[in-house]
Design a protein. Structure first.
Length: 95
């Protein structure tokens, strides 16, 4: 894949992450909903092993909720892209 295609994919991903993430549903996801319905949600609560860097998909320190969610979407997209690029670079070096 050429560099231009990769950057175009990143640009499209960033636009989607920034502009669509504020419209994400605030309702529980499927697993959380089943845990609520079956009565074992409380088992997953408590002190986490690791603190979430962006808790509840909202960037800490950003006052406006929609902007905080968009920033979290952008950061997540960039980190995922960086991880994928790193894996691709390692895989490319192997014979």
């Amino acid at each position: 894949m050429d560099r231009r295609t990769v950057l175009a994919g990143l640009a499209v991903s960033m636009v989607l992450a920034v502009f669509l993430s504020p419209f994400a549903s605030p309702r529980p996801d499927g697993l959380e909903r089943v845990a609520e319905d079956k009565g074992f949600l409380h088992r997953g609560e408590g002190e986490p092993a690791l603190a979430a860097p962006v808790p509840d998909y909202a960037m800490p320190g950003v006052g406006r909720e929609g902007l905080a969610t968009a920033a979290a979407g952008a950061l997540g997209t960039l980190l995922t892209f960086a991880a994928a690029a790193g894996v691709a670079a390692i895989a490319k070096r192997r014979p």
